[in-house]
Design a protein. Structure first.
Length: 112
C-alpha cells in the first residue's frame, strides 16, 4: 500500500504538480492562458446570470398576473361576456315570445 509521501518527489512536490521553470511554457504564456480561462469563466457566469434573470422575470410576471384580482375578474367577465350576451338575447327572445302569446290569447278571449 503506497502512501502520499511515497508518491512525492524529493523536496515534497507531487510529480503531477505543474512547475513553472520556463522550459515548456513561459510565464507570459501561462499568465495569458490563465487570463483566457478567467474570461471564459466570467462569460459563462454572465450568461448564467442573464438566464436566471430572465427566468425570474417570467416567474414574477406569472405571480403578478395570478395575484392581480381585478385583472383576472375583467378577463373572466370578458370571456363570460360573449356567453352572457347570447344568454341575454335568448332570454329576451323568450320573454318577447311569451308576451306575444299572452297578448294574442287575451285579444282572442275578448268579446268583440
Amino acid at each position: 500500500m503506497s502512501t502520499h509521501a511515497e508518491n512525492e518527489e524529493p523536496g515534497g512536490l507531487s510529480p503531477d504538480r505543474p512547475v513553472v521553470d520556463g522550459t515548456e511554457t513561459s510565464s507570459k504564456e501561462l499568465r495569458a492562458e490563465v487570463e483566457r480561462e478567467v474570461e471564459a469563466m466570467q462569460d459563462d457566469r454572465v450568461q448564467e446570470i442573464e438566464q436566471v434573470r430572465e427566468e425570474l422575470g417570467e416567474t414574477l410576471d406569472e405571480l403578478t398576473s395570478r395575484l392581480d384580482v381585478p385583472a383576472r375578474l375583467r378577463t373572466a367577465a370578458r370571456k363570460a361576456g360573449g356567453a352572457g350576451a347570447v344568454r341575454a338575447a335568448v332570454a329576451a327572445a323568450v320573454v318577447a315570445i311569451v308576451v306575444a302569446v299572452v297578448v294574442r290569447r287575451r285579444r282572442a278571449a275578448e268579446p268583440r
